[in-house]
Design a protein around this ligand. Sequence first.
Ligand code: NAD
Length: 465
Amino acid sequence: MKILYIGGGFVGACSAAVSADSGHETLVYDIDEQKVAKLNSADPHLITSCLHEEGLADLIIRGKKRLTFTTNLELVKEFALEVDAVFMCVPTPEKMGSLGETDLTYYEKAAALIAPILAEGQAKREVAKRILIVNKSTVPVKMIDYTKELFAKHGLNNFGIVSNPEFLIEGKAVEGSIRPDRVVVGAECEEDFKVMRQVYQRFYDSINVKYIEVNPYEASAAKLLANFLLFSRIVMAYDIVGRAAEIFPGLNYEKIRHILVTEPRIGSWGFYNSLYSGGSCFTKDAASLAHQMEEMGANASIVRDIIDANLLQLNRFFSRAAEAGFDWKGKTVAVLGLAFKQNTNDIRNSGAIMMVEKLLDAGVKQIQVYDPVAIPEAKKYFSIEKNPLNEKIVYAAAEAEALKGTEALIICTDWQQFKSLSTLIHNSLKVPYLIMDGRRMLVTGFEDLKNAGFTVISVGSPTLN
Ligand code: NAD
């Protein structure tokens, strides 16, 4: 089959690479020339520098014969002469200043550009053929109606709309895309389901994948609801369980967690303790769900509470330094981790980035940051043109360099290598010194650090000093 992807980010690139691997001829159109050049380079370092996903570079390179990334509309026009399905993988962020309304401008622009090209391609075909427009982007529940309207308005006819939400987990996206737990396809008619079965033949035939066919509203809604349940689970783990371990004397978070997760009805997923649950999806999808429920006249207070509790966690964690008598003004601070979680260079809605911003606002002298892969992204985000205060950020090449000469450390990302930092801390830092562990990475060494005179503030523990 011939499949066109619009948007070659985390979702578009991973899905297209899996499509090519499944034998489809795949073209990915993106407007970002640098990204396209890197993804097309067949150079694993360049591909990974752009999208840090384990296995993605190999998969893209392996599928090279059937997978092209492009910014060239002429190639798209040629492809449109025979295309079977178009996967929309563009961003659908929260509208600035709204209470969760989805910003559809990326989607609308992409549709306005692609629909006439598809229509032109259809007109040139000798045999009429229906094209599928597949929403892989996370979209509002009623998006199918708007998608129809948009593509028709821009000249396309004889097309079907499908909702095929993406459930990949960043950091494990390729593994998740090759071996998904489930594939959800929401279509309106058997003809469109049939095409999607061909697209996903490898999963449709697999005994290990649940291939679920529903209507498009159910598919879109299920994505938003699934993300909300996952998000609420993580937030509850630290807002209720984690805070209980901070408040009540004599509780160890890991021991409490062990008791809780060994109850099969509770299960273990999401029992992380963290300063914040970040990333590009959970918060904006929860806000979108709340907004849509409220638009329908329903109450969404629990959804809103979870969003608030997540932000509160970040603010509360930061303010514990002041409660312990630490003043950030004029201090040199190390920040370890910038990505929103381990195994990715994605810094969107990252608790670490928000911490750096808080430190700048609090008047620190210098921030020495280190992350194994996300520094290039952070440099773009913290450009000095955007804010002269960003001059205070110094990028270190390793943990030791970031710690040198600092008076406080904040661990923000759960990179596994940070778990063995205790020795470096003992050997290279002088007390009084504040350690803020936003991920409980140093948990096994907390007592020793306290005994050596460090003040330790960690999520899930009372302050130790
Ligand atoms: P991303 O920002 O990584 O990628 C989006 C890409 O679209 C970018 O490369 C951008 O240049 C491109 N783009 C923007 N406008 C375009 C246009 N008019 N034409 C062509 N390309 C255009 O975003 P992402 O993380 O891949 O997310 C895409 C969608 O998938 C969103 O709706 C998101 O909510 C959803 N989603 C994301 C994840 C995830 O973990 N990242 C998981 C599930 C669903």
